[in-house]
Design a protein around this ligand. Sequence first.
Ligand SMILES: [Zn+2]
Ligand SMILES: [Zn+2]
Length: 428
Amino acid sequence: MSHRLVACEHCDYLHVEDDIPPGFVARCIRCGSPLYQAQKGTVERPLAFAITALVLFLIANSFPILTFAMEGRTESNTLLSGVVTFWQEGFPFLAFMVALTSIAAPLMLVGAYIYVLAPLYFGFVVPGLRAVWRVLAVIRPWSMLDVFLIGLLVALTKLTDFADVIAGPAFYAVCFLIPTTLLMSTTLDPRTIWRRLAPENLRYAMLEDLEELRAGTAQEKATGWMTCETCAFVVTDSAARETGGKCPRCGTHLHHRKSGSLSRAWALLVTAVVLYIPANIFPIMTITYLGRAESDTILSGVVVLLQSGQWPIAIVVFTASIVVPIMKIVLLGWVYAATGLGLAGPLRERTLIYRVTELIGRWSMIDVFMVSILAALVKLGNIATVVPGFGAVAFCAVVILTMLSAMAFDPRLIWDRAGMQKEQGMSS
Ligand SMILES: [Zn+2]
Ligand SMILES: [Zn+2]
C-alpha cells in the first residue's frame, strides 16, 4: 500500500489513500465530500465519448435548431443566432454569457478532453498537456448545454401555442450531446489524469511526512501543508518552498486558504441580492403578437405557462428561476454568516449545503436561454416579435454573481472558523 496522503478539498482533513473497488467513491470521513473515485480502467472510453461529443457539437452548430412558421413566413435559429440577436439588440453582456455557456465552454471542454486523452491513449507527445488540463477545471462550471436544452424546451412550449415549430437536426444533436458529455465526464476521475501527467520524479506526501508534522510545533501543525486547488495534490510547506510556492504536479499557485475569500464571497452575494430586485421588476422580454405588445417578467412568465395549462414546464421554470436563486442566496448567506461568526453546529450539513448550492445554481440560466432562443426566432415584425428586456440582464447577472460568490468562498473555512484545527486523520 502506498501510504500517500489525500486531503479533502472541502474541509482539508487528511486521509491516507487506499485501494477501493472500481465504481466506488472514497468519501471524507469528516465532512462526507467525495475524495476520489476508483480508477475506471483506461482513457479509452472517455476519449471515445469526447470524439462523439465533438461530432455532435459540430452538427449542433451547423444546422438550425428550430424552424418557426407563421402566416406563411418562416424563421430558423442556430446556436449562434441567440448570441447575434442579443448583440444586435444592444445586450453585449447577455451575448457574451450565452456565447460562453452554450458554445465556447462546451467546445473547450470537449476539446481539452481530446487534446489530453488522445496523446495518452495513442502514445504521442504534444506540448502543454498540464496547462490544458488545468484550464479544464476553470471551464467546467461554465459549460451549460444541459441547461440550454431545458431553455429550448421552455421556448418550444411557448411557441407551439401560436405557431408551427419544427425541430431541426441541431435540436437532436443537442439532445444526444448532453448524455455524451455527461458520460465523458463521469467515466473519468480528473485525478487519474493528474497522476499520468505528473513529472517523473514527483514525490508524494506520505504518512511519514505526517509523523514529522505531528512532531513539529503547534504553529507548524496548523499550517504544515497545502492542498492544490486544481489537482488536490498535498504539498508540505517545506516542499512548497522548493518549488517557489507552486504545485509540483500541475503548476498552480498554492495557498493555505483562498485569500480574502469570505469578504469576496460576501461582496459578490450582496451585489447579487441588490440586482435581484431589478431582475424581478423589469421585463425579461416583450412579446409583440399581431400588433399587441406584452411584457413578461420572471414571475409573469410562470403565470402565463400556468394559464396555458403547461403545468410540468411551469413547475420547472418556477423552481429554476424563483426557488433556486432565493434558496441559493439565503443558504449561502447563512453558510457565510455562520462561518464568519465561527458558529459551531452541524458543520457536515453546512458543507453539504454549500456543495449542493454550488451545483444547482447554474440551472437558473434556463430563462436567459429561453429569451435568447425566442428573440432569435421570433422576428416577424408586427406579426410576432420577441425583444429581450433589462430584467434578463439583471437576472443573468444574479445567476453569475451567486456562482462566482460560491466559487470565491473557501469551504475549508467552515471547519477552521468553528475552531477545528487541521486534524491529522489516519483513516482512508
Ligand atoms: Zn472533508
Ligand atoms: Zn496541483
